[in-house]
Design a protein around this ligand. Structure first.
Ligand code: 5GP
Ligand code: SF4
Ligand code: MG
Length: 466
């Protein structure tokens, strides 16, 4: 999901709408904005579909006045999936005796089912199927006297990944979980405005200045132009999601002081070194494979070309929750540039193989177009484990790499060769010259390694075996 908040600007909801539009790649099912204004109190709008189709309309935006607003774009990884219900669309809102509080959450709470059970037994009335709603109910049970303190109480009971942006009548709050799995950045806009956003690309769109990242385990409370920072969970070492670098974030964002584009290009360089191949053309599977393909071409000296053209009016296929739509999605979204491909030995570079459906379809399309050979190079290690921290990977039985050897995968996809970047190669590309520190990994890489930094409590209860 994508989250954004603004304080200290006129019509904060407009900033939020623009910020969410820049974060649309993080969630395309639905979006919501809550705004506060001393005269009109809290107001909210929750809509299915793209930000640009909802939060540009004057009749929607006019209902969201005020200098303080937060918003969320949804990509369902927990709660109802096939059909998102509008009640699952964030931000969520709670009314406490010290005032209201709206929250927007990115990540997955790994003990949400257990917490929900306990909270319902004790009288909480849930409105949604979302894991994030637990935060509001835990806050309601806290005996602390102000909302930031209640939020700390609540978040200390929560396990898993959470970047949260919240607002009260007067405060904008940002928090990252102790491992800082999902991103969150702080920016400055105008004379006395501040913004919080999932990624820096959302600061650029409103001309905000990037100040810094919120640190792993940090909470910031912003009001009246002042930023107060605290560490509610004690000291911790971050383990940021390495897959944000590979796929999830936008290439024009800066994460951990690094350009996402440059990291992806560097993964392509690593791939060309680890798995060279004789070929005539390097093609990205757009858009997610593009920077890595550029790096592969530069390092190998093989010419780069756009062998696959993407229809810009289709969203991210993987983000479609139903299998059927996802299957159609590949052809609706990608088409082969026949004139370029015919007769050539082609290296196709993509970011990841999850179920393998994308790769197989693309291979068919490339061969139909008359390619002489097809070689797949993948800018991540084999995805052999599900993510429980906010990326919607399927169960192990649907993950190609969990069920096949690399040779079986090559055969199943039907290509002349298939190689994945090594885990160490990926770490080198994100700037860890010595590769992965096995004793104390610098990132979360559980979907590749099976090394889960937070035991996924609910999943273990359901019989998942690490
Ligand atoms: P597959 O067809 O193998 O299941 O999916 C791989 C494709 O989905 C790749 O082209 C990749 O760009 C995309 N993808 C991989 N992981 C994710 C993810 O977590 N979220 C989204 N939205 N797309 C993904
Ligand atoms: Fe990111 Fe993979 Fe860890 Fe999920 S399991 S947080 S996708 S690195
Ligand atoms: Mg892709």
């Amino acid at each position: 999901c994508g989250i954004f908040g603004a304080i200290g600007v006129a019509d904060a909801s407009n900033f939020v709408a623009l910020g969410l539009h820049a974060l649309q790649h993080r969630g395309q099912e639905a979006g919501g904005i809550v705004a506060h204004d001393p005269e009109h109190g809290f107001n909210s709008a929750h809509r299915f579909g793209y930000v640009r189709d909802n939060f540009t309309k004057p009749e929607v935006m006019a209902t969201l006045p005020g200098p303080l607003a937060i918003g969320h774009v949804r990509y369902s990884t927990a709660g109802t999936k096939a059909n998102t219900a509008i009640r699952d669309v964030q931000p969520f809102f709670g009314e406490f005796h010290m005032g209201g509080c709206a929250i927007a959450h990115n990540g997955n709470i790994t003990n949400a089912a257990a917490l929900r059970r306990e909270l319902i037994e004790r009288g909480s009335i849930f409105q949604s199927s979302s894991d994030s709603e637990c935060i509001i109910h835990l806050m309601a049970r806290s005996i602390q006297r102000n909302i930031p303190e209640r939020m700390k109480d609540a978040l200390r009971r929560i396990e898993g990944a959470f970047s949260v942006i919240a607002m009260t009548r007067t405060k904008l709050i940002g928090v990252r979980d102790p491992l800082g799995v999902r991103p969150l950045v702080l920016g400055k806009v105008g004379e006395e405005g501040f913004v919080l956003a999932s990624e820096t690309c959302a600061l650029d769109i409103i001309g905000a200045e990037f100040l810094r990242e919120i640190e792993a385990g940090e909470m910031v409370v912003i009001s009246k132009g002042q930023i107060e920072s605290s560490r509610p969970f004690g000291p911790s070492t971050g383990r940021f999601c390495i897959f944000e670098h590979v796929y999830f974030s936008r290439p024009d964002s800066i994460i951990g002081g690094r350009s996402v584009y440059e990291t992806r290009r560097q993964i392509g360089v690593e791939l060309a070194r680890e798995a060279p191949v004789e070929a005539d053309l390097v093609c990205p599977v757009p858009d997610s494979g593009t920077p890595a393909a550029i790096g592969f071409a530069q390092e190998s000296g093989i010419p780069y070309g756009m062998g696959i053209i993407r229809n810009q009016y289709m969203g991210r296929t993987f983000i479609e929750p139903s299998e059927q739509i996802r299957n159609m999605g590949v052809r609706l979204k990608l088409n082969v540039n026949r004139a370029l491909i015919a007769g050539k030995r082609v290296v196709l570079v993509d970011d990841s193989v999850v179920r393998g459906t994308t790769s197989r379809k693309i291979k068919d399309m490339i061969l139909d177009a008359g390619a002489a050979e097809v070689h797949f190079r993948i800018a991540s290690p084999p995805t052999a484990w599900p993510c429980f921290y906010g990326v919607d990977t399927p169960d192990r039985d649907k993950l190609l790499a969990a069920n096949m050897t690399p040779e079986e995968m090559r055969d199943w996809i039907g290509v002349d060769s298939l190689s994945f970047v090594s885990l160490d190669g990926l770490y080198r590309a994100v700037g860890e010259a010595g590769g992965r520190n096995a004793a104390c990994p610098q990132y979360c890489d559980a979907c590749f390694s099976g090394d889960y930094p937070v035991a996924p409590f609910d999943q273990l209860e359901r019989g998942f075996r690490m």
